[in-house]
Design a protein around this ligand. Structure first.
Ligand code: PLP
Length: 356
């Protein structure tokens, strides 16, 4: 149990126009902070007015990217209450990322308490419309003032909150995706399964290239054989081939274990729809497209929940999937998960953590 000191703001921030929130642009009145030192462990848990952090220019995070983050949302139910979706999974993943980056773990109960406490303080900021949410961004940075290459001894854990608009404002539009054959996001043995900023820095160039060609995201292939599918942009990916749902397995450690991915697999199993976690090559997908068995393809992640792939481009080859419309399985998953998240459906899977 953390003893969280709360210092409320005396100058509340200007509220954004809630009809034009977008994603990640606006921040609430408060943030959660907690420090780590070898002597005291994680200590000095506090909720303070949102504002700039003061760091020495030599702080290690600026030089060797010892940084990790999480992303989850607080959802407003119709009865006005607020809830989280499987926050335990985010916290477990955060601690796994800590292990990979030599950052000290945070007690899962303390992390959940911190998330709930800061959301509670800024609960007025949670938007009301279906599809809108309060995006929660926990992150940890290395703060030692030192330029040697070594794990830091001191860290800062921070949670900031951002009211965000509905991802799909005008219905779910399938997106164009381009297969990336030049750059890779990560390799086996690297940090692909960790949610760290460095992975994103490495992926920007592929994303930029994709955007220049008019694609929304990149389809990443594995870094060794350059043929097995890893992820799509910053989402996990699923293909429906001849009625079977296939998603890359996590065993190589090059794929981020998405909470949405896990939820999709659990729901598909629950519904009795065949689902396989295994390697799937880009050749298999192209082959299925050619013989007419590629029924659906979609990405999964907290931001969009489900993002159908309408057109897949591999060099000069263009594949139009399911007539560029959202498929049945994609729609079913989207409705079930968002229904639970916003409290329209009962929590049949035990995934909801109420705050209010
Ligand atoms: C966060 C993330 C995902 C999606 O994970 P969710 O827990 O479902 O939001 C997928 N891929 C990458 C690279 C990510 O960073």
């Amino acid at each position: 149990m953390l003893n969280i000191r709360i210092e409320k703001t005396t100058s509340p921030r200007v509220r954004p126009d809630y009809s034009k929130l977008g994603f990640g642009k606006h921040f609430t009145d408060h943030m959660f902070l907690m420090n780590y030192s070898p002597e005291k462990g994680w200590h000095d848990a506090r909720i303070v007015p949102y504002g700039p952090l003061s760091l020495d220019p030599s702080a290690m995070v600026f030089h060797y990217a010892q940084e990790l983050f999480e992303g989850l949302k607080a959802y407003r139910r119709e009865d006005g209450g607020i809830q989280l979706f499987r926050p335990d999974k985010n916290i477990e993943r955060m601690n796994n990322t800590c292990d990979r980056l030599c950052v000290p773990r945070i007690d899962p109960e303390d992390a959940l308490q911190a998330i709930k406490a800061v959301v509670e303080v800024d609960k007025d900021w949670v938007p009301h419309e279906f599809g809108t949410s309060l995006y929660i961004r926990p992150f940890i940075i290395a703060t030692d003032e030192f330029l040697g290459v070594h794990p830091s001894h001191s860290y800062l854990f921070c949670i900031i909150l951002s009211p965000s608009g509905a991802y799909y404002e005008a219905g779910i539009n399938p997106v164009k995706i381009g297969v990336e054959r030049e750059y890779v996001r990560c390799v086996k043995g690297g940090t692909g399964m960790s949610k760290c900023g460095g992975n994103y820095a490495a992926s920007l160039i592929g994303q930029q290239k994709a955007e220049e060609k008019g694609y929304a995201q990149v389809l990443w292939l594995d870094g060794i054989h350059r043929k097995y599918i890893d992820e799509v942009g910053a989402m996990n990916v699923f293909f429906v081939i001849d009625g079977v749902v296939i998603t890359p397995d996590l065993s190589d450690g090059s794929i981020l274990p998405g909470v949405t991915r896990d939820s999709c697999i659990a729901l598909l199993k629950h519904w009795g729809i065949p689902v396989e976690e295994r390697k799937i090559s880009i050749d298999e997908v192209i082959e299925a497209y050619k013989n007419g068995t590629l029924d659906e393809a979609f990405g999964s992640g907290t931001a969009a929940v489900i993002s159908p792939i309408g057109e897949l481009y591999d060099g000069d080859t263009k594949m139009v999937i399911n007539n560029n419309e959202i498929g049945n399985i994609s729609k079913h998953l989207y409705d079930a998960i968002t229904g639970m998240q916003w409290g329209k459906f009962p929590d049949s899977m035990g995934w909801i953590e109420k705050i209010d």
